[in-house]
Design a binder for this molecule. Structure first.
Ligand code: CA
Length: 238
């Protein structure tokens, strides 16, 4: 499968030139002309890498960057910044950019950076190795390599944390997993999480893997304890 790259850039000549060049290199390319639709595509489409302009209509690149990372979308992001544009490198990296190029850039330079980042992230997600790339249960199919999940006719992106949590549930299918165990095994001490963090991620995950997130059939609540995952669709809360 070709790597899928999303380019979020409002300047049409640049967007089209980059998209054409990437397609001729064998990449699948998605295009967004403003920050809001770019952010939505990034979360929905399960892309492998994002090229993100900063000065964008509707939602600026920094806001998009920060909000994608808050959602723990783990794909590499290269910021496209214009010469003379106020770009704070430190702030960019703090917000979760992996790299940046200054416009005007050569396609050769951009391709080098894209390939380097894809090589670094390619299959290198912690916890992915040794497990199958795909899982299927009920109407849901998960593509771990692409960080995406399809449920019925919905396809959504998975953040790295959601992916790790789902892998953990799959590994311990049928066992009741209490929140503290999930917290220590999936989160560790990173970011000083609380059991509320677990609940919030379970809610997010249900929206992606459950046919009806309000009445989960796979990721079940075990009241007062935690959660239990099953591939076979169960009636809710049993
Ligand atoms: Ca722009």
């Amino acid at each position: 499968m070709n790597p899928k790259i999303l380019i979020v850039e409002d300047e049409q000549p640049i967007r089209l030139a980059v998209a054409d060049a990437l397609r001729s290199e064998g990449f699948d390319v998605l295009e967004a002309a403003d920050g809001l639709s770019g952010e939505q595509m990034a979360l929905r489409e399960g892309v492998d890498l994002i090229l993100l302009d900063l000065m964008l209509p509707k939602r600026d690149g920094f806001t998009v960057l920060r909000s994608l990372r808050e959602d723990r979308l783990a794909v590499p992001i290269i910021v496209l910044t214009a010469r003379g544009e106020e770009f704070d490198r430190i702030q960019g990296f703090e917000f979760g950019a992996d790299d940046y190029v200054v416009k005007p850039f050569s396609m050769g330079e951009l391709l080098l950076r894209i390939r380097a980042l894809l090589a670094r992230s390619g299959g290198g997600a912690p916890g992915v190795s040794g497990l199958s790339d795909r899982a299927r249960f009920g109407e849901t199919e998960v593509d771990f390599a692409a960080f995406s999940v399809t449920c019925g006719d919905r396809r959504m992106g998975l953040s790295r944390r959601e992916l790790e949590l789902l892998q953990y549930f799959l590994r311990f299918e049928g066992e009741t997993l209490d929140r503290f165990r999930l917290l220590s095994d999936v989160w560790g001490t990173e970011g000083d999480p609380t059991v509320r963090t677990v609940d919030q991620h379970v809610l997010k995950l249900r929206k992606k893997i459950e046919r009806n997130p309000a009445a989960p059939e796979h990721l079940l609540t075990v009241h007062g304890v935690g959660y239990r995952f099953t591939r076979a669709a169960m009636s809710p809360d049993r």
